[in-house]
Design a protein around this ligand. Sequence first.
Ligand code: NAG
Ligand code: NAG
Ligand code: NAG
Length: 253
Amino acid sequence: MCIILYLLARDGWLILLAARLSPLTPLITAPSQWYLPVPLPPTHTLSPQVQSSIDEYLARHFRGPVLLRDFALSTDGAIISRELTSSHRDTDPSVVLSDDNRIGNCWYIPSSHGQVGIALPTFIRPTNVSIDHIPVEVAAEPGQAPRRMILWGVVDGEQNTALYHQFSEELQANVSVRRMAPPLVFEGEAELFVVLSEFEYNISRLALVQTFPVRPVVQQLDFDFGQVVLEISENWGAEGTCLYRVRIHGERA
Ligand SMILES: *[C@@H]1O[C@H](CO)[C@@H](O)[C@H](O)[C@H]1NC(C)=O
Ligand SMILES: *[C@@H]1O[C@H](CO)[C@@H](O)[C@H](O)[C@H]1NC(C)=O
Ligand SMILES: *[C@@H]1O[C@H](CO)[C@@H](O)[C@H](O)[C@H]1NC(C)=O
């Protein structure tokens, strides 16, 4: 077994990581150009606790969310739906569709709630949503991290509208938000919205990218969506909120 230290540059961060590599169960088989491997002296060993926390770290950061396609990436064609986005002078919401998470490169909302509408490049059956934030240790105001959020889907097209009406009772079961739509909706149009997910970003967790599933009932009914709205209903205690990135995962419809 060989122990390797990684100086990891990820999302604008330098992270020092130690990883166990064995020929049978490689954790990282092919370090990419992002990593700079620095072999340790052979006498160096890690305690099982440290090893397991590194395993957990690697699992969280290199599996799952990072391996799910992000349909809300601007370089893939996603754009902000201005009509569905709360407007705050001086800040550009399109940063939340970019993978550049440098400190301060966030969409600043001067309160604890707001919403951003996203037009996806294609219709998808959403499965998960991920929120990125910077490590609280380096954030000037950790309380600006978003906390409670609701992901809404905009019901579009005959088939989805029919599904919505047919299953409205099931869709409203087990939802804690009492509204039928986000606070800001299209002007003059009676659009329908479905709660895709209600979730909480936990700043105490190690993972900077946290992934949440779309409600099973929405997935089972086979809805597809070309537009979603992320509503932030609460932050971690600061006056304003900084949203770094939102990722929408799913399958192309
Ligand atoms: C994504 O969602 C599916 C079901 O919605 C779930 O089984 C899976 O664990 C989720 N993935 C992650 C990385 O959370
Ligand atoms: C609501 O939640 C309960 C318990 O988690 C579950 O058994 C039930 O199937 C859910 N109902 C719907 C319509 O999703
Ligand atoms: C947040 O994460 C911490 C650390 O993993 C955990 O102890 C705590 O229970 C979590 N809080 C919630 C509300 O899940």
